[in-house]
Design a binder for this molecule. Structure first.
Ligand SMILES: NC(=O)c1ccc[n+]([C@@H]2O[C@H](COP(=O)([O-])OP(=O)(O)OC[C@H]3O[C@@H](n4cnc5c(N)ncnc54)[C@H](OP(=O)(O)O)[C@@H]3O)[C@@H](O)[C@H]2O)c1
Length: 256
């Protein structure tokens, strides 16, 4: 078991999609879960659904892009609920970006949420975990961060930054007794992907993804991936020379 009895699991982006499914999976295991997101109503719905489970889910509404609010939320969780044993930094979003409608403002919004949102949480958590000489962090990136894919210029850049951030921190955190894992999902059926109007190979139901995520958290692997078949294809793609790489990615361009 990853989380000690006197500690809690904090999941950002816990009100919907992958984070919500993982919160319920952890509560089924008897874990104490704190879920954060902006929508209080969605969080309350989750708390209610979790009340029938062996663990306990509590809601701490939060916008992870708000630096001071994140620091205050982590203080509140640790003072009033329990020290964070495992933090799943999952809050994130996607905005498809065609070259014709490329906007710096969209890139800014994606980087603020997907990268700075995680950095805000790390800044609040790391001193506490370092003081305790213990802790477990899971950063949710994406296979879109492996290499540049059509219409994902902003999203892919933000997830590539997270992958790099996790790789950079891992050796030092190992030495400090803190377990850091990187989570790179393929397509998972969530409110986020429900907006996609293109084919999503190996699309995985959120519950199955949460199960793979949960099992990965128990492992010593640095990278947690699901669904594996799509992830391995994307790993192969990034090893190709640019000639064949672009010949393949060009095929994913939306039909205009
Ligand atoms: N679904 C996939 O296929 C897929 C694939 C690869 C990676 N991922 C990654 O997995 C993570 C979860 O994706 P998902 O598909 O579950 O997305 P989702 O269904 O859109 O859920 C996103 C969650 O993040 C929360 N959130 C958004 N902005 C926030 C903010 N500023 N502060 C705090 N919470 C915020 C949302 O709640 P509120 O709106 O109420 O704040 C919601 O709980 C994301 O990082 C995504 O990039 C997903």
């Amino acid at each position: 078991m990853t989380v000690q009895k006197d500690r809690c699991v904090w999941i950002t982006g816990g009100s919907m999609g992958l984070g919500r499914a993982l919160a319920l999976r952890c509560a089924r295991e008897g874990w104490r879960v704190v879920a954060s997101a902006r929508s209080r109503d969605a969080l309350e719905g989750l708390v209610e659904e979790g009340s029938a489970l062996p663990g306990r889910i509590e809601a701490v509404p939060l916008d992870v892009t708000d630096h001071e609010a994140v620091a205050a939320a982590v203080k509140r969780i640790e003072d009033e609920i329990a020290p964070v044993g495992l933090a799943v930094l999952n809050a994130g979003t996607h905005r498809p970006m065609a070259a014709r409608s490329f906007r710096a403002g969209d890139v800014d919004a994606l980087l603020r949420l997907n990268v700075l949102g995680v950095a805000n949480c790390l800044e609040a958590l790391l001193p506490r975990m370092i003081d305790r000489g213990a802790g477990h962090l899971a950063l949710v990136a994406s296979i879109a961060g492996y290499s540049g894919l059509p219409t994902a210029a902003g999203y892919g850049a933000s997830k590539a930054a997270l992958i790099n951030m996790a790789e950079s921190l891992k050796p030092e955190l190992d030495a400090l007794g803190i377990k850091l894992q990187l989570v790179n999902p393929g397509f998972v059926k969530t409110p986020l992907t429900d907006k996609n109007d293109f084919p999503m190979p190996f699309l995985m139901p959120a519950d199955a993804a949460a199960e793979a995520f949960f099992r990965g958290l128990q492992s010593d692997r640095f990278e947690i991936v699901f669904p594996r078949r799509l992830v391995y294809l994307l790993k192969l793609l990034r090893c190709l020379p640019y000639g064949p790489f672009f010949a393949l990615t060009r095929r994913a361009l939306p039909k205009s």
